[in-house]
Design a protein around this ligand. Structure first.
Ligand SMILES: CCCCCCCCCCCCCCCC(=O)SCCNC(=O)CCNC(=O)[C@H](O)C(C)(C)COP(=O)(O)OP(=O)(O)OC[C@H]1O[C@@H](n2cnc3c(N)ncnc32)[C@H](O)[C@@H]1OP(=O)(O)O
Length: 179
């Protein structure tokens, strides 16, 4: 039987170093995170992504029916998650590994499920290892804004997740020794 300590000492070896800067992508160009790789699709409903010449990232998105909150509208957690995902792809589209340090979301209008939506994301500024990124989600057709987001992404080296595994193992060890 495995324990949380065993899990902490058994990192997921499916990941290779290159996955962090150039991860597997769908036919629509969408970079896939851990659990979505098995499904070969973004479970949040990001269908296409591209970076234009001006550095703005564009995403075709649709809220899956499983993410319904109120009648025919998205759960707010989905809206926040997909904005985290899309804004977080901007460093990745620039071959940079980063993690979200802060995220702020404005829910402007209810987001309909199963409708084509667009997310646009851009870099406001970069300071040291911090990328300040903003974005918005709009309804298609038309351009009504449904949600806005801004946040800070912090660049990491590829040792980030191994350091986390070691930290987790230390937490488990100190919890075990202190009873
Ligand atoms: C995820 C990647 C998968 C890769 C494979 C590809 C998969 C395909 C695509 C997936 C795309 C996913 C897109 C979604 C991205 C997530 O959702 S990532 C998951 C959620 N976020 C996290 O798990 C992050 C958890 N937090 C942390 O790991 C640490 O707190 C942080 C953010 C790395 C900072 O750690 P730290 O030890 O404080 O770092 P430290 O070196 O002291 O500070 C570094 C810098 O960050 C700044 N900083 C630290 N905290 C903050 C803060 N809260 N606010 C502002 N600045 C801060 C410091 O001021 C410092 O700035 P500089 O002086 O260097 O300019």
């Amino acid at each position: 039987m495995s324990t949380s300590g065993d899990r902490a000492r058994t990192p997921n070896r499916r990941w290779a170093g290159s996955d962090f800067q150039d991860p597997p992508r769908t036919a629509g160009g969408v970079a896939l995170c851990g659990a979505c790789r098995a499904a070969s699709a973004c479970r949040l409903g990001v269908e296409r992504e591209r970076l234009d010449e001006a550095g703005t990232a564009w995403f075709d998105v649709s809220c899956p029916h499983e993410q319904e909150g109120g009648p025919n509208v998205a759960h707010g957690g989905w809206t926040a998650s997909v904005l985290d995902e899309c804004l977080g792809h901007v460093p990745l589209l620039n071959s940079t590994l980063s993690v979200t340090a802060e995220l702020s979301v404005s829910f402007v209008k209810p987001v309909p499920v199963g409708r084509p939506l667009r997310v646009r994301a851009w870099v406001e500024k970069r300071e040291g290892s911090r990328w300040y990124i903003s974005g918005e989600m709009t309804l298609l057709p038309g351009r009504a804004v449904l949600a806005r987001a801004s946040g800070i992404w912090v660049t990491r080296d590829t040792g980030h997740f191994d350091r986390h595994e070691r930290w987790l193992a230390e937490q488990d060890a100190s919890a075990t020794s202190s009873g």
